[in-house]
Design a protein around this ligand. Sequence first.
Ligand code: NAD
Ligand code: MG
Length: 394
Amino acid sequence: MTELQSITILGSTGSIGTNTLDVLARHPGRFRIHALTASTRVDALLEQCVRFRPRFAVMSSPPHASALRDRVRALALPVEVLSGDEALCEVSASTEVDIVMAAIVGAAGLAPSLAAASAGKKLLLANKEALVVGGQLFMDAVRTGGATLLPIDSEHSAIFQCLPEHPSHWPDRLDHILLTSSGGPFRDTPLADLAAMTPAQACAHPNFVMGRKISVDSATMMNKALEVIEARWLFDLPGSQIKVLIHPQQIIHSMVQFKDTSVLAQLGTPDMRVPIAYGLSWPERMDSGAQPLDFGTLASLTFREPERARYPGLYLSWEVLDAPQGTTAVLNAANEVAVAAFLAEGLRFDRIHAVNHATLAALVPSKPANLQDLLAIDREARSVAQTQVRRLAA
Ligand code: NAD
Ligand code: MG
């Protein structure tokens, strides 16, 4: 166990990426960084190269990669700069890598995550959209590649920690799982005011600082819809055994109810370094840097059901799980387009759901057989969703 493990972090400049580096820095001598990757933030990736000395730094955008290469040379850093989507797959599948942290946001992370799965890596999955788009094909790649898939999403990490160690015991013992949600920043906003909510308001999450896309998804609860689909694949459960509960304090990170009605929950302060550290050290435990819970000062824990009128997008998750394969990829693509339009102030907050709903109605995908098929569904759904954005734009 003391052998140095080599890790690639996909999306190292994001919220999950920087939290991962924070955890790794607490364990010198245990991990070695093979590659760090980012999309366009040259300064941020350069700073990480100076501090963490990866063998490779990858920027998916070639012009940004060449800017980074110049600056790495000027500082004489021993880091090789690569560019493009293929390089992301290379640093994920390389025989020199043991662990891949998948922390790119959106379907853009699908190809490198699949490459890591097929190459049999220990795959720490934060990039839920990759699994929502990939579905059965993603899980097949994990199985045939011999990968170890570990959830980083805090809810799925919580459930994973509450379940019996061996997956063969899950179906016999489990009744259902309960995914908890903060309810987002608009959980108490009058329904009539939702239409006027701005990107800045949507990104002011009550308990976490996160990327902008997942922040908007938390406000609509589309994040929880994606997590229902993610749980379906991670734990091989039908939608009917996946429930969602609002728990504003985010102390309980999710729960499992067993056949005898007994419920197990995982608790802790809301800090993504906990599920990240658990993924890195599993099945052992190691320091995460998080503050422990102080039960003496803990306020009450409350729960409520998610209202359909406030969070219509949440309920799409169970619908798409019953629809033909590939429909989850359509929903994900529509949502990425709608959220980007909202963040660019080109779509009203309450119309994100309208775009998603209309795109699902307009497109029935044919069954995907491989990555190319998934990417084709993703492209087609994006184009339909763009049309819906134009139609629905204020
Ligand atoms: P973020 O926006 O902070 O970071 C995204 C990272 O992906 C950045 O490093 C960026 O450079 C990279 N990236 C973006 N677009 C890319 C593209 N087209 N090609 C290659 N790289 C690209 O996002 P985040 O909040 O860290 O979230 C990352 C993933 O983790 C998401 O799927 C999110 O749902 C999931 N997640 C995040 C949290 C959280 O607390 N932030 C919690 C649970 C799950
Ligand atoms: Mg989550």
